[in-house]
Design a protein around this ligand. Structure first.
Ligand code: ATP
Ligand code: MG
Length: 370
């Protein structure tokens, strides 16, 4: 048995634009989705997420490259013959059919017997929290309820591979979190492989086995959520996922020195062979800064512009002497230190050199997110 459910090899797609010119939506993508994996595509608007899903489901023809689903080359296979189910971004439901009939549609096509159909439709609607609404028409539902019917319609068929294009985008926060748990449970119980598209980085980090970060039709990094967050491959990933303080400079004798005179200390971990004199970017996540660290810890002096209370933590925003903007996120337990900083309008942000992540500039770096 193949252990990858989807394999893309050099998948490319360029669209001709009505205003003239072309756009590369997929720039030669190589990607394998493992069986039973929850893989998320994350990236800014227009980076190619929907095009990638449509290429797998067959609604977009590739210019070049191949697509395999479950070991079979489906590059030329029409959409309805692919063992794939899709929840589209614009979750169009059949307007003239009830919620129950929309949900059971795939089972009717497959001529599943009546009793089993009823049972599976009811189970799918229960899962998305829509039991009791079987007889409504789509126009009698809210946007979020319609989106959940689209989800029920896709899961009822129990496909090997489920492609979900922002399936929770119309839901409020509580419902969204509840559905995230339901989807993970479903995946676990039914052994379905998921390819999930979201704009929401928190959702991507919490739900996925692996995350593929896309930018300009190219995968920037494909890795576990922890690796993506703690060890971003380039400055685009570092700035797209989470907040970060970046220091581009030269690495020499255990420090990174920026052109504007800042110095970031590094530890001498063996995983960090020195590239003497090479250009690198040091990244310190805001939560790695402390306001009450040891006196001899390395630190950066800032004048404080703003202190923002965000519940479990405070965000301290300020500038170094050279005008570089920095952000620290300190837990609410450092309240006393925060009060002092607010009063003095100055702070020393200390950090542990072991928590500094180095990004090497081996090739051209995609632009960081402003
Ligand atoms: N049929 C088409 N004709 C021309 N250009 C297209 C077509 N479909 C997509 N594009 C362009 O290809 C690029 C990728 O589009 P795609 O829909 O895959 O983005 P996306 O990552 O899903 O974005 P979003 O997060 O906004 O849904 C965009 O620049 C888009 O404008
Ligand atoms: Mg899209």
């Amino acid at each position: 048995m193949q252990d990858s459910i989807v394999k893309l090899s050099k998948a490319s797609k360029t669209f001709a634009l009505p205003e003239g010119g072309t756009i590369t939506a997929l720039g030669g993508i190589d990607l394998e989705v493992r069986r039973n994996e929850f893989l998320t595509l994350l990236g800014p608007s227009g980076c190619g997420k929907t095009t990638l899903l449509h290429a797998i489901s067959g609604f977009v023809d590739l210019d070049a490259g191949r697509i395999f689903v479950d070991g079979e080359d489906v590059t030329q296979t029409p959409p309805h013959r692919r063992p794939v189910n899709t929840v589209f971004q614009n979750y169009a439901l059949f307007p003239h059919m009830s919620v129950g009939d929309n949900t059971g549609y795939a089972l009717d096509v497959a001529r599943v017997n009546r009793a089993e159909r009823q049972e599976r439709v009811a189970a799918a609607l229960r899962m998305v929290g829509l039991e009791g609404l079987e007889n409504r028409r789509p126009r009698q539902l809210s946007g979020g309820q319609q989106q959940r019917v689209a989800l029920a319609r896709a899961i009822v068929a129990r496909p090997k591979l489920l492609l979900l294009d922002e399936p929770l985008s119309a839901l409020d926060r509580n419902l969204r979190q509840a559905m995230q748990i339901e989807l993970k449970t479903l995946q676990h119980e039914l052994g379905i492989s998921f390819m999930f598209v979201t704009h929401d980085q928190e959702e991507a980090l919490t739900m996925s086995d692996r995350v593929a970060v896309l930018h300009g039709g190219v995968i920037q990094q494909l890795d576990t959520p922890r690796q993506i967050y703690n060890h971003p491959a380039n400055t685009f990933v570092a700035t797209f996922i989470g907040a970060s303080n970046l220091f581009e400079g030269r690495q020499c004798s255990g420090v990174v020195a920026t052109e504007d005179g800042e110095v970031v200390r590094l530890d001498d971990a063996p995983a960090r062979p020195a590239v003497q004199g090479g250009t690198v970017t040091a990244m310190i996540r805001p939560e790695q800064f402390s306001l009450d660290g040891p006196r001899d810890a390395p630190g950066l002096e800032i004048t404080v512009d703003q202190v923002v209370f965000v519940g479990a933590s405070f965000e301290v925003l300020g500038r170094t002497r050279s005008g570089r903007k920095l952000m620290a996120q300190v837990p609410a337990s450092q309240q006393a230190a925060v009060a002092l900083v607010e009063q003095q309008r100055r702070a020393r942000l200390t950090y542990d050199p072991a928590a500094v992540h180095l990004i090497r500039h081996s090739g051209p770096q995609p632009a960081a997110v402003p």
